[in-house]
Design a protein around this ligand. Structure first.
Ligand code: SF4
Length: 380
């Protein structure tokens, strides 16, 4: 595995945890709630750190709920625009939000500043896990926000979480997001240790993936352009072959997370864990430590060596934990089961579309220029 440049990454996207506060208390949230908020000083130093050795860099506004810090977002964008005028350095902006505080003013601002948006929503199962502090559901509060969001951000990503309590509705959730107008949909599993997955629920997950597979087939045959992780990622892992893990771990590595106090961690999931602290926005990144973690994260776990799908599995990088002496891969049995369930279903879909010589499928997965062409089509 090629180490990163000891003086800096070739491209860096910093995840800025603007606040640890949130207006929801989603059951599967991994961020420790607290009063911490990022200062302008920390945020501006982070923006400058991301510029090192590159012409472009990214800032992902994250939380808690980042829209609780709208003014800080306006200030960061303003500050980086001024840097751009002086130096030519290009900043990309993203935000991941629960959407409760979205309004026309912020959406116009995001459109005018190319701030791309990921919107977390569990569709018809929203009120099961995504609840307010008084335990009431948040579905109704978002009913008006979705069309408003898509009016300004037609290619916003809709992000859902598959939890043991909602898994039986997973395909319905994806369909809801598609019917609402989202064309980029991601589904993440709740892999936390206290998520009560069982054999029966994993069987339900398999059935739900089969329903999503039918949806993927039918929509692609109807020439509907859309992106659905986890299917598109699994199909990509087949096409990329050995390069898949390298690309995935480098992608993860180039996206460190900044805590409200300015300390930098390898990933958001590792926030406040000293074993994964790799610097601060004021002193810079310890690239020797970052490289060490990266190399450990890219190596194959012993338990996976004989596995037929190991080159396509998402075990890389983000499953590391620290046992007091060393970084060790810590993939949960549920993650492993998910990989084993999903891969053949996604492959079945891909094989059918490939055999049919489906033009959209082939264009999407075999044309290296597709992301660019698609972007131009989407943005006129
Ligand atoms: S599917 Fe399981 S055994 Fe195979 S590589 Fe992934 S985690 Fe390892």
């Amino acid at each position: 595995m090629e180490p990163i440049n000891p003086d800096g990454c070739d491209y860096m996207q910093l995840t800025l945890h603007l606040t640890n506060q949130c207006n929801l208390k989603c059951k599967y949230c991994f961020v420790e709630p607290g009063p911490e908020r990022m200062s302008r000083e920390v945020a501006f130093a982070a923006a400058e750190l991301g510029m090192k050795n590159t012409n472009t860099s990214g800032l992902l506004f994250y939380g808690g709920e980042p829209l609780l810090e709208k003014q800080l977002i306006y200030d960061i964008v303003d500050y980086t625009k001024k840097i751009n005028k002086k130096t030519g350095h290009i900043f990309y902006y993203k935000i991941t939000t629960n959407g409760i505080l979205l309004d026309e003013e912020f959406l116009k601002f995001s459109r005018d500043n190319n701030l791309s948006m990921s919107f977390s929503h569990d569709g018809p199962a929203q009120d099961v896990c995504r609840i307010f502090h008084d335990n009431s559901g948040s579905f109704d509060a978002l009913a008006e926000k979705i069309p408003m969001l898509l009016k300004y951000q037609p290619y916003a990503t809709g992000m859902c979480v598959i939890d043991p309590s909602t898994v039986h509705r997973a395909a319905e959730i994806v369909r809801f997001l598609f019917d609402a107008g989202f064309r980029y949909i991601t589904c993440n599993m709740n892999y936390s240790e206290d998520a009560p997955w069982t054999e029966e629920l994993l069987a339900v997950l398999g059935n739900e993936y089969k329903k999503m597979a039918d949806m993927y087939l039918n929509l692609t045959r109807a020439e509907e352009k859309f992106y659905l992780s986890p299917f598109d990622i699994k199909i990509m892992s087949h096409i990329k072959g050995d390069k898949y893990h390298t690309d995935r771990s480098r992608f993860a590595m180039n996206q460190p997370s900044v805590a409200p106090n300015g300390k930098i961690y390898t990933l958001s999931r590792h926030l406040n864990n000293p074993a994964f602290e790799i610097g601060s926005v004021f002193s810079g990144i310890d690239f020797a430590k970052h490289n060490l973690i990266y190399e450990k994260g890219a190596s194959t776990p012993v338990t996976c060596e004989e596995c037929a799908i190991k080159s396509r599995c998402n075990y890389v990088y983000d499953i590391l934990s620290f046992d007091g002496n060393d970084y060790i891969p810590d993939i949960s049995p549920v993650q492993c089961a998910n990989e084993q369930i999903l891969t053949p279903i996604a492959d079945g879909v891909a094989q059918k579309l490939f055999d049919e010589k489906n033009a959209l499928f082939i264009h999407k997965h075999y044309n290296e220029l597709y992301p660019l062409v698609s972007f131009v089509e989407d943005n006129g």
